[in-house]
Ligand binder design. Structure first.
Ligand code: HEC
Length: 337
């Protein structure tokens, strides 16, 4: 496969045979969701894109990552029990990107913009528009939500999937903040970060159709039990659903998800994570849903359990916010009967 000048991809990547993959490994035209809106034009784009395996080097043309860039397995991680069964939530949503030439310092006199491109553009986009599902928020009109001081704090501490930038010099952080608030810096500062990387990518763009559904065949979010003793899959079920699709008779598709599971001694597997704002308990032997409850905001976190005076509780942080779900800040605890 041809690559960009200066890049030398390895001819292959290590591909383990076991454990059996818990997501599909390639996305091509035939994997297009049969009910995707504008299917024909999507198929045309896929035909022209670089796709077909999980390890395709990015090029100047649209390159598709599948099962995705932040999952497959996502930040919530997995749970395991003593029998050696691993329970792993995952997502399978095509993500596209491509490489573009990075403006050099000369081409781009505003050094601060260059600092932005270097540090922030990969997630928040070259034009600061974020990505369209809101997992990387837009920074356009940031002044309507935050003041510069709050952004300074955010850059120092990070938040959720937003990394901390405490490692870059303070004057560079200040210049970036000026830039995103559209303030002209008092003087140009030269970056101390010597990066001669000639390219940047156009963001992690999850690929949805016009109706907001992933363009791939469901499931889009899954929960899988893998027997680590044999490497074989024990069961796999969708994680989450779009109620309006289920109501139409489509079997639960799973949704994009963030957050891990909790497995109990008594054989229950608790997980929220899904975009539909539910927390569920699955039978760890079969993957059957035994209980579910609607949360006030999506629980993009891992549940924990504790007991007080002999009564056991399950608690989950409900922050929502990502994936175009509403934001909140509540902890919800459920008591086991
Ligand atoms: C690895 C991806 C990534 C990088 C790189 C990154 N961010 Fe973020 N950023 C995020 C995510 C994800 C959020 C949402 C965090 C949350 O609330 O969970 C975020 C949130 C923000 C917010 C708050 C937006 C709002 O509406 O509340 C600001 C401001 C911000 N980032 C600025 C920056 C700046 C400036 C840089 C570069 C110095 C940067 N980010 C680099 C991923 C990133």
């Amino acid at each position: 496969m041809d690559v960009v000048p200066g890049e030398k991809p390895n001819p292959t990547q290590p591909i383990p045979t076991l454990p059996v993959p818990f997501t599909r490994q390639s996305f091509t035209e035939k994997d297009l969701n049969t009910f995707a809106a504008d299917g024909d034009s999507l198929a045309g784009l896929i035909r022209k894109a670089r796709t077909g395996s999980a390890y395709i080097p990015i090029g100047f043309d649209m390159t598709i990552f599948y099962p995705g860039t932040d999952g497959g397995a996502q930040w919530g991680g997995a749970a395991a029990d003593k029998a050696g069964i691993l329970y792993v939530p995952a997502k399978e949503i095509p993500v596209y990107t491509s490489l573009i030439k990075k403006p050099s310092t000369e081409e781009n006199k505003a050094g601060t913009s260059r600092l932005y491109q270097l540090n922030c553009a990969a997630c928040h986009g070259v034009d600061r528009n974020g990505n369209h599902d809101g997992s990387y928020p837009s920074l356009v009109n940031i002044h309507k939500r935050l003041n510069p001081k709050q952004v300074h704090q955010l850059l120092l501490k990070g938040r959720g999937m937003m990394p901390s930038f405490s490692h870059i010099p303070e004057n560079e952080r200040a210049a970036i903040v000026d830039f995103i608030f559209d303030k002209k810096p008092e003087k140009e500062i030269a970056s101390t970060q010597k990066s001669d990387v000639p390219y940047q990518h156009t963001g992690y763009n999850r690929w949805y159709d016009r109706n907001g559904y992933p363009i791939s065949m469901p499931p889009w979010g899954t929960l899988t039990a893998i027997d680590l003793n044999s490497g074989q899959r024990k069961w796999q079920v969708p994680l989450g659903e779009y109620k309006e699709l289920t109501d139409k008779g489509i079997k639960p598709t799973g949704t994009d998800n963030y957050g891990g599971p909790l497995v109990t001694e008594s054989g229950l597997l608790f997980i929220a994570a899904s975009k539909d704002e539910y927390i569920r308990a699955f039978d760890k032997e079969t993957g059957k849903i035994l209980w579910s409850a609607k949360l006030p905001f999506a629980g993009y976190a891992s549940p924990s359990t504790y007991s007080v005076n002999g009564k056991q509780y399950i608690a989950i942080a409900c922050g929502g916010g990502k994936l175009n779900t509403k934001s909140g800040d509540q902890y919800i605890a459920f008591a086991l009967p």
